[in-house]
Design a protein. Structure first.
Length: 245
């Protein structure tokens, strides 16, 4: 009850509505329905402080036929000025499905995994970077090595103009699919409000992506991909997945 009263308050709430209803009609109905809802003390909450752990390898024993692997480190917040550059860079590295370098190296060239991807998950106060994949127990170490090599390669050599343009085209072209139904539209604008992106964000987004250059991607890779800080988690049959001495 104390938790509810502290955090579930009307002054903390965001409401997004899409449908055949007028603003006044909705306002009247909400005023009646939410009349008992009391405002809190109004104190501003402090952002959580999160410290990333050191580089490490964590192995968890499970009698599985495939090793489940997550590699990562701390990332960025949603409001970070390099957020859009990082999204383009990550699309090329591992966020672009069959167009990504990780998919090409790990699956297409070597057949080690059915699925492999990378992501920068950016929240309001914290963020993470991760590469996730599944492979045979016996090929776990090779898959981890190749993923780390791709992280280093994009930091050292950057990306090609063709890769950059393909990433931009996809991110801009797929953007409207985020709000192609009423439900998605309501969710989208709730997120826009939560992250304080501004009501003109859908209009500005394409230009934010178009402005990114190859040198921006290289700078972002060198700054926000940190191979020396990788935390590797391997859930697998450890007898089969660990490197042979």
């Amino acid at each position: 009850m104390e938790f509810y009263q502290r955090y579930y308050r009307p002054e903390r709430a965001i409401l997004a509505v899409v449908g055949d209803v007028s603003h006044q009609e909705l306002k009247d109905k909400l005023a009646q329905a939410l009349r008992p809802w009391q405002r809190g003390a109004g104190a501003r909450e402090e952002a959580p402080r999160v410290s990333a752990g050191p580089a490490s390898v964590i192995r968890i024993q499970k009698n599985l036929t495939q090793a489940n692997i997550v590699i990562g480190h701390e990332g960025i917040t949603r409001g970070h000025p390099d957020y859009y550059t990082i999204q383009v860079m990550n699309y090329i590295l591992g966020g672009g499905g069959f167009s990504s370098r990780l998919m090409d190296s790990v699956r297409n060239e070597r057949g080690l995994a059915y699925s492999v991807y990378s992501s920068f998950d950016a929240d309001k106060h914290v963020g993470t970077f991760q590469v996730a994949m599944q492979t045979k127990n016996e090929s776990a170490e090779e898959a981890i090595r190749i993923a780390a090599e791709e992280i280093r390669r994009i930091r050292e050599k950057g990306v090609s103009e063709d890769e950059l343009q393909a990433a931009k085209d996809y991110l801009i072209g797929s953007f409207p699919l985020r709000f192609d139904t009423n439900r998605r539209l309501a969710s989208f604008f709730a997120q826009v409000e939560f992250f304080e992106l501004g009501s003109d964000y859908p209009d500005r987004y394409p230009d934010l992506i178009r402005a990114i250059r190859r040198e921006d991607v290289l700078r972002a890779a060198q700054r926000y991909l940190q191979p020396e800080k990788l935390i590797v988690v391997v859930v697998a049959n450890q007898e089969k997945s660990q490197p042979k001495q």
